[in-house]
Structure formats: C-alpha cells, structure tokens
Design a binder for this molecule. Sequence first.
Ligand code: CP
Length: 312
Amino acid sequence: MKHFISISDVGDPEPLAEEALMMKSNPEKWRNFAAGKSICLIFFNPSLRTRLSSIRAAEILGMTVTVFNVGKDGWQLELEDGTVMDKGKAEHIKEAAGVISAYFDLIGVRSFADLKNRDKDYRDAMISGFVNYSSVPIVSLESTTLHPLQSLADLATIREFAVKKRPKVVLSWTPHPRALPQAVANSFSQWMMNSDVEFVVTHPKGLELDPGLTGKPTVEYNRKSAFEGADFVYAKNWSTFEPYGEIASHPDWIIDEKIMAHTNDAGFMHCLPVRRNVVVSDSVLDSPSSLIIPQATNRIWSAATVFKNLLS
Ligand code: CP
C-alpha cells in the first residue's frame, strides 16, 4: 500500500479489518513498531475522533506526532496549477507538500467538501495535491468524497460483532439540519461492496449517491423492506448529490425503536458526531444494540493498521 485514500489502495478490505482486530487483541506486540518515525496530521476542518484516534495509534506504534491545524496556524494553500497568486492564498500546495514530506515519514490530511461546486469537490484537489507533491505516503483523514479510516473501523466493528459470516448491512439516510458531505456514505458503500456482506442502501428518492464512487449498491427506497432482517444498521445523513449540496427534509426518517423492530436485532452504527433525537432516538442510541463506542474505539486500530502497513 503506497497511500491510503480509497478502496483502490487496499484491494480486498477483509484482511485489513482482520489485522486491525488482531492488533487490538494484542496491543503490546506493536508498541514501538515505528519508533523513530514521525507523522504530521494536517487538519483543514474540525475533528474529535480522527484527530485523537490517529494520535493514539501513532503513539502506540512509538511514533512522534505533530498536529497542524492549517486553518488556524498555517498559510492558505493554492491548489490550482498556473494561478497568478496575487490574492489571499500565500503558499502553493507544491511547496507545502514538498516541505512537509521532507520533515515527516507519514502525512495525514483532512479536508472537507465545501458543497458549492460538485466538480471541484469531486476532484478532491487537496488530497490529490498532497499525493502528487509529497515524497512520503499520504493518509486521508477524510477527503471531500471519502473517509476510508472510518470505513476500515466500520468493517472491523462489523466483523467483531457479527454472529454470521455474511451479515446483512443496511446504510440508512437520516435527517440532519445542516448540509453534510457524502464522504462517509460513499466510502462505507465502497468498503461494503468489496466485503463479504449483503449490503443495501435505503434513502428517500432524490438522495442517490455518486454511482462512480459507491460501486452501484442495491438501493431500496422502502425503508421498512430494507431494514427487514438487517444485522447492522448504519445511520448517516448526506446532502443531495444532484442537485449538489442541498439539505433534504424527511424528519420521519429518524432511526427509532419502531423502525429497528423490523431488523434482526441489528447493531446500530454511526460514525459520530451524532445529533440525538434528529438522526436517531435516545432509546436506540442508549440501547444495548448501539455499537457507537466500540466503533469509535476501533478508529484507533484502523489508524494503527494503516500507519503500520504504510511504514512496512
Ligand atoms: N467520525 C469522525 O470522523 O469523527 P470526527 O469528525 O470527530 O473526526
């Protein structure tokens, strides 16, 4: 694995999820695996889990960690080639990526979609820029279109809690008061489509995702039918792909006990942060079926597995 940006860097995701669970089961074995190595975690957007789990993963491997909050501490980066840089942006990504990769062994980058221009967002120019102009491996800490560290933790969580070899996994759109990117849903779909699961996506009409990224999963518009017999329900909001970046209002798509009753006592999953009683009811989130804390815990082992592989 040269970089960790999308499923195409991984191929078969199942062995990587197995490796994450293997590292989790014996953390002592990996202490100091990467002693003397360094990572720079670059954030253009806020984060709790990705930031802290990546720090913990790097510390467990014995790495030194630098967190760089570009929005607050860095120069604004120009991403376009050939631009006359006479406006607000002081530094080009060519120099920034070249310099940072001269200082560190690994670079993680988080850069969200701004949901204004689909073509621009789906070019993923920040991550591509770091990949093109850095001399070390790049780890996506969530790009404009994908969130692979989250997806690896999600698959590991499914394997950790599944009681059958080929569980039914349902990705369900949920309401949200703000327009959110499609990255988590795109990425989860990519990973599920390449895993040994029965995968169904359910959402109101008009919330179709980019088939080029999701791998064309089965879409069931009838939510009750989709939930029938599900072993895992993954809740996530996303804004519209076409027209781009609009909020859809379907408050009845909240996940509550009534809709969960159609499942096979499914584990409830969400990447967090989650808006209680908008996305999911307290009764589901606080129930024994909720896997949100183990899922977030697995973010450490997802990051540790990826850092280890990129440094091996
Ligand atoms: N799930 C996730 O990526 O959380 P953060 O945005 O807090 O990093």
